[in-house]
Design a protein around this ligand. Structure first.
Ligand SMILES: [Zn+2]
Length: 172
């Protein structure tokens, strides 16, 4: 997808369902890393728009890189959260002090694989199964408009479910 934030919609729903087993920060970091290649191609006018980064092999490598580097990103964000969030907000957003490796692995791989999946639907130039096949058999199985709607609605649903579950837990 040309606009990385759309990927955060499905991510938010996954967060609502998996709660503490999933990190939206690591997921979001993986989305950003996935779109570095297309952003560079747009800026320089050179290379394949999606290319290797938007294949499942590329996504595997980017997930591993997200896991290794994501903890630093998380720590950096935690400095801001510690400073600016009240105790209530920390509990409401359910931010753990440290992320486990299991959470990082799950969030990064869901992040990069779902990114390839959604971009395969949207962009004809994505070759998800490279080098085994150059086919993209799911291109436009959903219209671009419906795909955008799916991202927005899953995001809204995710935010709603997340805060309902959190506020119920906080009241206990
Ligand atoms: Zn992309």
């Amino acid at each position: 997808m040309p606009i990385t934030p759309f990927h955060m919609g499905p991510g938010m729903l996954i967060k609502a369902l998996l709660q503490g087993f999933f990190s939206l920060i690591i997921f979001g970091w993986a989305q950003l890393l996935m779109d570095i290649q297309p952003i560079l191609v747009v800026l320089t006018g050179e290379g394949n728009l999606h290319g290797f980064s938007h294949t499942y092999i590329g996504a595997t490598l980017i997930a591993i890189f997200s896991i290794i580097t994501g903890r630093w990103v998380y720590q950096a964000i935690m400095i801001f959260i510690k400073k600016d969030f009240s105790d209530y907000q920390k509990k409401l957003f359910d931010v753990p002090k440290k992320l486990t490796l299991r959470v990082c692995v799950l969030s990064a791989f869901i992040g990069t694989y779902s990114h390839v999946l959604l971009d395969s639907i949207m962009h004809a130039d994505v070759e998800p199964y490279y080098p085994i096949s150059l086919e993209n058999d799911i291109n436009l199985i959903l219209s671009i408009e419906n795909l955008h709607k799916l991202c927005i609605y899953t995001g809204l649903l995710g935010v709603t479910i997340f805060f309902i579950i959190r506020s119920v837990k906080l009241k206990k």
